[in-house]
Design a protein around this ligand. Structure first.
Ligand SMILES: NC(=O)c1ccc[n+]([C@@H]2O[C@H](COP(=O)([O-])OP(=O)(O)OC[C@H]3O[C@@H](n4cnc5c(N)ncnc54)[C@H](OP(=O)(O)O)[C@@H]3O)[C@@H](O)[C@H]2O)c1
Length: 306
C-alpha cells in the first residue's frame, strides 16, 4: 500500500512519514495501544511530499503528483499554519488551506485514493462551556480557522477529517521549544490562563493517524492527547519537565497580551475525542506523559532542533 503525505517537512508531517514507514517517531511510544498497533502491520510505501516538492495550492501540480504516485491514501498535513499571519493575508490562507484541500480532493477522486485531512480546534469559537464533540457546529473566529474549515468542506463524505489541537513535536517550532528557550534567559515568562485546550504531541498523533490511514476511517474525528489545560499550566509543565522552577511562570489574561495577537483564539477549544472512543479505540496518552517524553528527547538531542 502506498501513502502520499503532504506537508511532509512540517512538524506533524515528518512524524507521519515515520509512523507510516513503521518507525516510531522521536518521543513516541513503542507498542502503545493507542498508537503502537502499526507495529503489527506492514509498513507503507511512503512518498513524502515536502512543500518544496509539492505546493498544494497549484492544481496542476497536485493532479500530476497524485497521478504519478497513485497512492492508496493521501495524508494531507500541509497547511499555512501561521495563525496570526493568516489574518493579514486571507487570500493566501484560503489558497493553501481551502483550495489546496480542494485540489487534493479532486486528485484523490480521480485516482480513488482515500483522503485523511488534518484539521484544527480553531474551527470552533470556543464559547461552549464543555468540550466539543465532532458533531458540534463550527464557528471559526480567525481567518486560519475559516480557511481550515473551508478545507473540511472540500473533502468527500467518506474522507477522514482529523481535528487536533495545540500541536507540539520534536521537529519544527512549537510552544514546548518556545518555553524551553525562554527558560534559558532572564526574561519574564507570562502565559495566558484563559485559553483552554488539549496539547497534542506529534509522535502520538502520527501513530493514531496511521491507524486512521490503515482503516480508512470515514468521518470527523477529534484526536488529541488526553486532558485539558491552559497555556499557563502547560508552560509550568514544560518547565517542571525540564527541571526548571515552574513558579517562574506568571498567569496573564489574553486581553493583557502586549502587543495583542492579530487572530482571535477560542477561549475553550477542548476537543472531546468522542468518535474515536466510540469506535473502541484507546485514548492517546495524557499530555503530561507525552510532554515528559518530548522534553527528554529534546534533551538527548542537546538542543531544540528546528
Ligand atoms: N500547529 C498546531 O498547533 C496545529 C493545531 C491544529 C491543527 N493543526 C494542523 O496540523 C497540520 C500540521 O501542522 P503542523 O503543526 O505540522 O504545522 P507545520 O509545521 O507548519 O507544517 C505544515 C507544513 O505544510 C507546509 N506548507 C505550507 N504551505 C504549503 C503549500 N502551499 N503546499 C504544500 N505544503 C505547504 C509547510 O511548509 P513551509 O514550512 O515551507 O511553509 C509545512 O511543512 C496542519 O494541517 C495544521 O492545520 C496544527
Amino acid at each position: 500500500m502506498r501513502a502520499l503525505v503532504t506537508g511532509a517537512g512540517g512538524q506533524l508531517g515528518r512524524d507521519v512519514v515515520d509512523a507510516l514507514s513503521g518507525v516510531v517517531p522521536v518521543g513516541g511510544l513503542r507498542g502503545s495501544p493507542a498508537t503502537g498497533r502499526l507495529g503489527e502491520r506492514t509498513a507503507w510505501d511512503v512518498v513524502a511530499a515536502t512543500h518544496d516538492r509539492l505546493d498544494v495550492s497549484q492544481r496542476h501540480d497536485v493532479l500530476a503528483a497524485v497521478e504519478g504516485v497513485r497512492p492508496d491514501v493521501i495524508v494531507h498535513a500541509a497547511a499555512w499554519t501561521a495563525v496570526d499571519a493568516c489574518e493579514g493575508d486571507p487570500e493566501r490562507a484560503f489558497a493553501v488551506n481551502a483550495v489546496g484541500t480542494r485540489n487534493i480532493a479532486e486528485a484523490a477522486r480521480r485516482w480513488e485514493a482515500h483522503v485523511v485531512y488534518v484539521s484544527t480546534d480553531y474551527v470552533f469559537d470556543g464559547l461552549a462551556a464543555s468540550p466539543y464533540v465532532e458533531w458540534d457546529r463550527p464557528n471559526p473566529l480567525s481567518v486560519y480557522g475559516r480557511s481550515k474549515l473551508g478545507g473540511e468542506h472540500e473533502v468527500d463524505p467518506g474522507a477522514s477529517v482529523v481535528r487536533t489541537s495545540w500541536v507540539c513535536g520534536f521537529h519544527g517550532a512549537n510552544m514546548v521549544k518556545t518555553v524551553l528557550r525562554l527558560a534559558g534567559g532572564d526574561g519574564p515568562l507570562r502565559f495566558v490562563d484563559d485559553q483552554r485546550g488539549c496539547p497534542t504531541f506529534t509522535a502520538d498523533l502520527a501513530g493514531a493517524l496511521a491507524i486512521v490511514t490503515a482503516e480508512r476511517l470515514p468521518g470527523v474525528f477529534h484526536l488529541t492527547n488526553d486532558g485539558p489545560t491552559t497555556w499557563f499550566d502547560f508552560a509550568r509543565g514544560v518547565l517542571a519537565s525540564a527541571g526548571h522552577d515552574p513558579g517562574r511562570v506568571t498567569p496573564i489574561a489574553t486581553a493583557d497580551l502586549d502587543p495583542p495577537r492579530p487572530a482571535p483564539r477560542p477561549p475553550n477549544s477542548v476537543l472531546d475525542n468522542a468518535a474515536w472512543r466510540t469506535l473502541g479505540l484507546p485514548a492517546l496518552p495524557p499530555w503530561e506523559e507525552a510532554l515528559e517524553r518530548l522534553v527528554a528527547a529534546l534533551a538527548v538531542e542537546g538542543g531544540h532542533p528546528g
